[in-house]
Design a binder for this molecule. Structure first.
Ligand SMILES: Nc1ncnc2c1ncn2[C@@H]1O[C@H](COP(=O)(O)OP(=O)(O)OP(=O)(O)O)[C@@H](O)[C@H]1O
Ligand SMILES: [Mg+2]
Length: 235
């Protein structure tokens, strides 16, 4: 479970102070699919990067499996990211001059998994996103939707428990976006927790629950998971 406690992040742009995340508290269950919506500048990406251990909050804490992640040393935090988190971005963030397989294996470059095992793992991840047999292609030889699938496969290579996605369909057409959403939806059956930022309110419905941010605050919260409903009833 992920616990977000009174999280605040402020940025200074010159002398101007921006409260990008303003005192957010939230719990995300294991295997929950949470979507985050909200207008541009409402703090969605900031919240996601803090969740992923990429940006230290100004105050508040993130507890993952009883681990206060920002109390870890930077080395421990890097290890946490490696073991727990898979990131998918709107702009894919893939390396054009590498092949599909090389891109997927990038996160493993610091581990000691043997070459052959890595390759079969890469094939498995590619198959799970519907790209079996395309491992030797260059990125430039793929469509946008296929590139995003590679990015998802790369996020899966460490078998992380938590997948964080920042507008993964933002650069894709409607049909391709629906296919990508289905892949995320299917990831739930592998026990992953998914937190996805999306501009599209229809896609938000793929999740179990959704929050809407405005000026760094949660202004709407819908679709509690069954267990949380149960907890609420018990109180
Ligand atoms: N590195 C930074 N330095 C200063 N201000 C920042 C920085 N990153 C984000 N901000 C500001 O923090 C606020 C929240 O930004 P954030 O990127 O989290 O919004 P967002 O909801 O993801 O927006 P979008 O939908 O456009 O991606 C904005 O006002 C933004 O200008
Ligand atoms: Mg953003």
């Amino acid at each position: 479970m992920i616990k977000i406690n009174e999280l605040t992040k402020e940025y200074y742009s010159g002398s101007e102070r921006v409260l990008a995340v303003n005192n957010i508290s939230l719990e995300i269950e294991d295997n929950e699919f949470l979507t985050i919506i909200g207008q541009s500048g409402s703090g969605k990406s900031t919240l996601l990067t803090i969740l992923g251990g990429l940006s230290k909050p100004t105050s508040g804490s993130i507890i993952v499996d009883d681990l206060d992640i920002y109390s870890l040393s930077s080395k421990q935090l890097a290890r946490f990211r490696h073991e727990y988190i898979g990131f998918v971005f709107q702009s894919f963030q893939l390396v054009n001059y590498l092949t599909v397989e090389e891109n997927i294996l990038l996160p493993l470059s610091i581990t000691k998994i043997k070459d052959k095992a890595q390759k079969s793992l890469a094939e498995k991840c590619l198959a799970s996103v519907g790209l079996a047999g395309k491992s030797k292609r260059l990125m430039t030889e793929l469509s946008g939707g296929e590139q995003q699938r590679v990015a998802i496969a790369r996020a899966l290579i460490n078998d992380p428990l938590i997948i964080l996605a920042d507008e993964p369909t933002g650069n894709l057409d409607t049909e391709t976006s629906a296919a990508i959403m289905k892949i995320f939806f299917d990831l739930k059956s592998f026990g992953k927790s998914i937190v996805m930022v999306t501009h599209n309110k229809d896609y938000a419905k793929y999740g179990d629950s959704s929050i809407e941010l405005s000026d760094g605050k949660i202004i709407n919260q819908t679709g509690y998971t069954a267990s949380r409903l149960h907890e609420n009833k018990a109180v």
